[in-house]
Design a protein around this ligand. Structure first.
Ligand code: UDP
Ligand code: MG
Length: 315
């Protein structure tokens, strides 16, 4: 086996861009093959994510015309992450390396060369990182950057400005397949894999044709999914909040004693003390329960406890 590359592209209602995308990617693959960097039986896997337009017809046609193209047809729309995973898992036993990219040519195809070079130098994971967001609207840029910051703040490990344009070696892919969780947030899971990694920067262009399949509603759902699937930290915040309330109660208590010493009235102070103290106790208790719920949550994901990179052994 030698350097067989599979490029996996999820497609949802992409009839407008597929002809151009397939033309450019096949050109790129042929150049790489003739340069001897990837094997001749490398493939481009187009995953149809339950499109309602002619996407699947186009994929079928491409496959019939040219064996470079393979197709995976999902039974219905399952979203970008699942479509991508479906493609990756379909080829995990065939590929030496995979590259995932979008169908709309926003991910610069020329970055593939550098990714493959990194792989040939021994990297298992290569992230495509966009150099700037100048071509995005202010709104998209703001929401996207806040999203990365929020996830990081919540304890998720994500690579800044990296979407799902990345190379994975077979080893990394097999490790990924050990993650049994259903709420799979790829960008957060890949850094957990470890292995030798590198970064390739590229200029992210505008969508070649058609419109974004990620409206605000899907983006928000994606962000919430990202945070809740990675960490149980939001629950820990409850505990912190409870401790702060107890602290406030303590300050009120001190104020009450000062008033006793100065002979001032203390009736209302005791009432506000009990409100803050009881509130704080309830929140800290909730936080303790949350800690256990969080543990159960992470346990149910049955993530691999370790991933062996190499095993030296002589009989
Ligand atoms: N996509 C998908 N299923 C969906 C939505 C999107 O497979 O439900 C694919 C889409 O065809 C494209 C990629 O995911 O190849 C990224 O989508 P898009 O370009 O619309 O997102 P944006 O670049 O606007 O964030
Ligand atoms: Mg796009």
């Amino acid at each position: 086996m030698e350097n067989r590359l599979f490029v996996v592209i999820p497609c949802y209602n992409e009839e407008e861009v597929l002809p151009e995308t397939s033309r450019r990617i096949s050109e790129k693959m042929r150049t790489l093959i003739s340069a001897g960097k990837i094997a001749e039986n490398s493939r481009v896997v187009l995953v149809n994510d339950g499109s309602r337009d002619k996407t699947w017809e186009i994929i079928r046609e491409l496959h019939e015309r040219d064996s470079l193209f393979s197709g995976v047809n999902l039974s219905r729309n399952r979203g970008h992450q699942n479509a991508l995973l479906a493609g990756l898992m379909s080829v995990k036993d065939l590929a030496d390396m995979t590259i995932s990219m979008d169908a709309d040519l926003q991910d610069d195809i020329d970055a593939i060369d550098e990714m493959v070079d990194c792989y040939l130098e021994g990297c298992d994971v290569v992230y495509g990182v966009r150099s700037s967001r100048e071509k995005d609207s202010f709104f998209k840029r703001f929401t996207a950057e806040s999203f990365y910051k929020l996830i990081r703040g919540m304890g998720g490990e994500v690579v800044f400005n990296h979407a799902d344009y990345r190379l994975l070696s077979r080893r990394a892919l097999l490790a990924l397949s050990e993650f049994g969780e259903t709420n799979l947030f790829l960008r957060g899971i890949i850094p957990m894999l470890g292995f030798k990694t590198d970064i390739v920067t590229y200029e992210r262009g505008e969508r070649f044709a058609g419109e974004s399949k990620y409206p605000l509603k899907k983006m928000l759902a994606f962000a919430i999914e990202g945070i809740t699937s990675l960490s149980a930290k939001p629950m820990r915040l409850i505990f912190t909040l409870g401790v702060l309330m107890l602290l406030a109660a303590f300050i009120i208590l001190v104020a009450a004693f000062v008033r006793i010493l100065t002979g001032a009235a203390t009736g209302f102070v005791w009432i506000s003390f009990s409100i803050w103290a009881v509130g704080g106790l309830i929140l800290t208790s909730l936080g303790v329960v949350g800690e256990y719920v969080g543990k159960i949550y992470l346990e149910t994901k049955k993530r691999p406890r370790f991933i062996v990179e190499s095993f030296l052994h002589r009989d």
